[in-house]
Design a protein around this ligand. Sequence first.
Ligand code: NAD
Length: 443
Amino acid sequence: MNDPIAVIGLGYVGTVVAASAAAKGTVVHGVDRREALVEALGRGVAPIPEPGLPERLARAQMQGTLRCTTDLAAAVRASRASLVCVGTPVGEDGQLVEDDVLEVCCEVAKHAEGPHTIVIRSTVPPGCYRRALAAIEGALGPGEVGARIGLALNPEFLREGNAIRDHEDPELVVYASEHDAAAAWLEGFYAEHAARAHRTDPSSAEVLKLVNNAWHALKVAFANEVARVTRPQGVDPFAVMELLCRDTKLNTSSAYLRPGLPFGGACLVKDVAALERHSAEHAVDAPLLGSILRSNEAHLDYLVAAVLAHAPKQVAIVGVGFKPGASDVRDSAPVRLVHRLLDAGVHVSVSDAAILDATVPPLGIDALRAALGDPRAHAAPDVAHAAAGADVIVVGHPSRADREALVALAPDVPILDAAGELSRKLSDEERAALAPVVVLSRG
Ligand SMILES: NC(=O)c1ccc[n+]([C@@H]2O[C@H](COP(=O)([O-])OP(=O)(O)OC[C@H]3O[C@@H](n4cnc5c(N)ncnc54)[C@H](O)[C@@H]3O)[C@@H](O)[C@H]2O)c1
């Protein structure tokens, strides 16, 4: 049997969360300031048309486990934890309004008797966890937060129309807290979903929820642009998207979803440009497709700025293929980075074992010179020569040989790991032997 909980805010999320827990036998004190809603839920009436909700409310009523009220203080006093599910509408500045979340967190903290975990389940703007902590500390005074009162974030990922199923059989449960007691309480609460529960830091939990929804929105907008772009040819967009989704290795998978260097290579840039051109020719408004290459450029600008922030006179770049282990440099981001640094007046020295080992002419150092395509760039025969005299070393897409050579060299200048390719493969011992490795895509 779980601890009694308060669920504060009985809108879409709160009603589902409260009904589901109460139906499973947890005593739930549901709180909302809307009296009519509280009264309806108290009678077991589902306020939203959600499959499975009436049955759960009926079971909860039969068991007497769902008690709804407008009295937040009484509900909190009777509970071991409070799940905050109040609304966070969009404000005039476009940001989510967190006022109700902060107010409820403070009210809960003030009325809680004994140890109490406050779990923010609402979708909140970045930084809300820290602001909520500060507000609670302000309300309680020092010493209580973290000791008696714990604060956690636990974003809800349910979809309306499928809310009960999503909530009760989640693909992913994410929670975050700076307070171990609060995290432990949530681990107990989600014991049946332990295999799918992930603890992260509060800032990541806040942003993950927004990024998740941006991803879903992007998918919808993309599919709709495909429909508009394919229409002039009389193509069936449903068939195209269905076929796209059939490739679960490259398309509907985690492939291409890791931050790193801008994309390049023989195909992506030119084919995105071709689709963009096709849209323009047919006067199709496709701002998403039209912004993909611009976004790629923005990422290169970001990396260039991150390297230049070290004010280097000389930079070594290791691994200039368009992707890890590739000797192909067509539209390669590391090569474009070389050119941008040269244009900024920086001396650049490059090594790339995959290109130096080329088996078709030009061979060896000539192959690397040809790949760099700029006489100002120094093609080095190996990592040690490239690194000599460099103020920083930028790791692009290194081959295994380059990675190993760099680790063996253990240079005493900062290593800027543009795509995280080096960092990801370092053992703890290797990492300890190197000067700081800064993963640029990590900010
Ligand atoms: N609706 C969804 O599908 C969904 C899914 C996941 C996450 N979320 C997020 O969850 C949060 C809640 O969403 P929702 O759709 O349930 O919102 P909602 O607007 O339907 O419900 C919010 C409820 O909170 C109550 N409330 C507000 N302040 C209160 C206070 N001080 N005391 C007591 N009650 C108070 C309101 O009266 C209302 O009933 C939002 O942050 C939302 O972004 C929503």
